[in-house]
Design a protein around this ligand. Structure first.
Ligand code: ED8
Length: 282
């Protein structure tokens, strides 16, 4: 880790902390996850190894890029070098918009939707691999929420935190849900297996939240929240947003997961194709 200069701490969690670092060779900025593995249970260690194994194969412009890992056995530390996202996380941006009363522009919401669909498509489809992009089986993210969407300096979206994600090539992918209840889909409440459409539901919730600055389903208790999610009734969007945006989001929030569109179908939507035709913002 001598090849990086330590800068400020960005944040911390149960895992340890995330620090901004500068690569000495070229001055490039990265985010470095610093994890003390003595504090982790055997299960958490296995989860971390699984996350790193997933991340190293995921190379996509809209997925937070993993670069390298370094194990310092003397100090029981693992360092993970990741892409630094200048714009921080979407949850913080939504909080700020709520505070200032400034809504997102519809064009920006379509852009974020298109970019996150590309990221999710990469995860869900799996990739046979080539010299440029890593190979991986289909992956479920399982914890899509504004806190796990990061933004670069030009407001392009990057899907991050694959800590709860699962490869779909094992017997254990259909596990109990461990993510965030606001973004939990009806099938998870009825204790069915998590599937690709559960990620689509969570993305629909993010789009709703970008429009209204509130998650679509909120309640005081878990039981009330579960009931609201299972009914799938949402408040209309503010009148500044188009019917087209409402309809796409509504499709993503269909209660029956079989009725929700997959990433391929959503990527064929004319408005999304139009956004993608423009490429990422520079
Ligand atoms: C609260 N406040 C929000 C904005 C800032 O967070 C950043 C800024 C730049 C970043 N570049 C990459 N990351 C990633 C962090 C991360 O996981 C940790 C995390 C998640 C969500 C919110 C904050 C953090 C924190 F710990 F870094 F603070 C990534 C992942 N798991 O893929 S990528 C940035 C986070 C500063 C804090």
């Amino acid at each position: 880790m001598d090849s990086y200069e330590s800068l400020n701490v960005i944040g911390s969690g149960s895992f340890g902390l995330i620090r901004k670092v500068r690569r000495k060779s070229d001055g490039k900025i990265f985010a470095r996850k610093e994890i003390d593995y003595r504090k982790m249970s055997e299960r958490e260690r296995k989860q971390l190894v699984a996350e790193v194994n997933i991340l190293r194969e995921l190379r996509h412009p809209h997925i937070v890029r993993y670069y390298e890992r370094h194990v310092d056995k003397g100090n029981s530390m693992i360092y993970i070098i990741m892409e630094y996202c200048e714009g921080g996380d979407l949850a913080a941006v939504i909080r700020k918009a709520r505070k200032t009363g400034q809504r997102f522009q519809e064009a920006h919401i379509w852009n974020i939707l298109a970019q996150l669909l590309l990221a999710l498509h990469e995860c869900h489809q799996g990739s046979p691999g080539s010299s440029k992009s890593g190979s991986h089986p289909p992956i479920l993210h399982r914890d899509i929420k504004p806190d796990n969407v990061f933004l670069d300096g030009s407001h392009n979206a990057k899907l991050g935190d694959f800590g709860l994600s699962r490869l779909m090539d094992g017997a254990d992918f259909a596990q109990t849900y461990v993510g965030t209840p606001f973004y939990m889909s009806p099938e998870l409440i009825s204790e069915s297996a998590y599937n690709k459409k559960s990620d689509i539901w969570a993305l629909g919730c993010i789009i709703y939240e970008m429009c209204t600055l509130e998650p679509p389903f909120q309640a005081r208790t878990q039981t009330q929240l579960a009931a609201k999610i299972q009914r799938g009734i949402i408040e209309p969007l503010p009148s500044q947003f188009s019917r087209e945006l409402y309809q796409v989001m509504r499709e993503m929030l269909r209660v029956k997961h079989e009725m929700r569109p997959c990433t391929s179908a959503l990527l064929e939507h004319p408005k999304i194709m139009q956004c993608l035709g423009q490429g990422p913002r520079q």
